[in-house]
Design a protein around this ligand. Structure first.
Ligand code: NAP
Length: 320
């Protein structure tokens, strides 16, 4: 099969298209014919080396994917050959024509959701739901600021928060990103490149502050976030690419709290709940993954470069 293979950690140029054998499923495993692979910032951290997840070389990259079950190993009962599925965290990477995954990581993809959309489900929607439900304990009627609402996690968070009955504010850095956040359900949008935009957010709450912030770039925003939250406000750190300077008294004055998401630490119990919620949301159309760009698998290098650039617009997806 065709697959992207990483033989050394490094920049996007280490991604090479190769022919490798198709894996075969052992007991409890599912072989999926990959129709689309989602590209996440985390894929670039893994590729660069030194990340929390460090596979041994050589390996096929790709956490997220969607496709059709090709074969199942002994004891697999939740899916069978021919089923449409999405998978997150496969045993072999999803940047390939086939990927092998434990049964627990394979989930039914409703007929109304395309494979490209399915490839945009796992990391973004699991992160969004987990952040809102398990970390922020979000309640209907509260206000959430999705700080970085134009990308994979951001669009997922806007849709999820709307479905949960929250009042949703979103930020983006381009007119297209702002339009997207609004289209996907944000009640108000703000340009995070504009001077003084946080004043606009505070004004939009009547000076009270937001109840929850889902933060995609904590190293830039955490200090200001602590001044944007309401009494008992919660900041959930999802993304960060460096150190942050905070004034702890801002947090103390608001009796606020800072929480964090780490996908690789989610419990099995949380995972079961998360995918039940996502499955229902996809089925009824409340959750609609936004595919901004589809590229052929051979263009994985370009996808890894572009996912780290500003001007996000939903998901970048690779087609094997
Ligand atoms: P993405 O699709 O590349 O989107 C990045 C988002 O960050 C865009 O909305 C972008 O907006 C926004 N952004 C850029 N500058 C910003 C600023 N100054 N303030 C606020 N937002 C800003 O990435 P993603 O998949 O949504 O992931 C977002 C972050 O969360 C990444 O750092 C990723 O590694 C992390 N993440 C962490 C976990 C976890 O387990 N903790 C899970 C998933 C993702 P514009 O491009 O419009 O400026």
């Amino acid at each position: 099969m065709k697959a992207i293979v990483i033989r050394e950690f490094g920049g996007p140029e280490v991604l090479r298209l190769e022919d490798v054998p198709v894996p075969s499923p052992e007991g409890g495993e599912v072989l999926v014919r990959v129709m689309a692979a989602g590209v996440n910032p985390a894929d670039t951290y893994v590729r660069a080396g030194g990340y929390i997840i460090q596979p041994s070389l050589p390996f096929i990259p790709g956490i997220d994917g969607a496709g059709v079950v090709e074969a199942v190993g002994r004891g697999v009962s939740r899916v069978r050959p021919g089923d449409r599925v999405y998978l997150g965290g496969a045993l072999t990477g999803t940047c390939a024509e086939y990927a092998l995954a434990p049964e627990i990581r394979v989930h039914r993809l409703p007929d109304n959701v395309t494979f490209s959309q399915g490839a945009g489900v796992p990391v973004p929607y699991v992160t969004a739901y987990h952040a809102l439900r398990h970390r922020a304990d979000a309640r209907a009627g509260e206000t959430v600021l999705v700080h970085g609402a134009s990308g994979g996690v951001g669009t997922a968070a806007v849709q999820t928060a709307r479905a949960m009955g929250l009042r949703v504010f979103g930020t983006a850095g381009t007119p297209a990103g702002l339009e997207l956040a609004k289209r996907e359900g944000a009640h108000r949008v703000f340009d995070h490149t504009a001077a003084g935009y946080t004043d606009g957010i505070m004004e939009a709450t009547g000076g009270r502050g937001v109840d929850i912030i889902l933060e995609m770039l904590a190293n830039v925003n955490l200090g200001a976030d602590l001044r944007l939250i309401a009494l008992r406000g919660r900041v959930v750190v999802i993304g960060s690419r460096g150190e942050a300077l905070i004034t702890p008294r801002d947090l103390m004055a608001r009796r606020g709290s800072v929480h964090a998401v780490m996908l690789w630490q989610i419990t099995d119990e949380e995972t079961t709940e998360i995918h039940a919620a996502i499955g229902a949301g996809l089925e009824v159309g409340a959750l609609r993954p936004v595919v901004g760009k589809e590229l052929p698998l051979a263009e994985a290098e370009r996808a890894h470069r572009e996912v780290m650039e500003s001007g996000a617009y939903g998901k970048i997806v690779l087609i094997p």
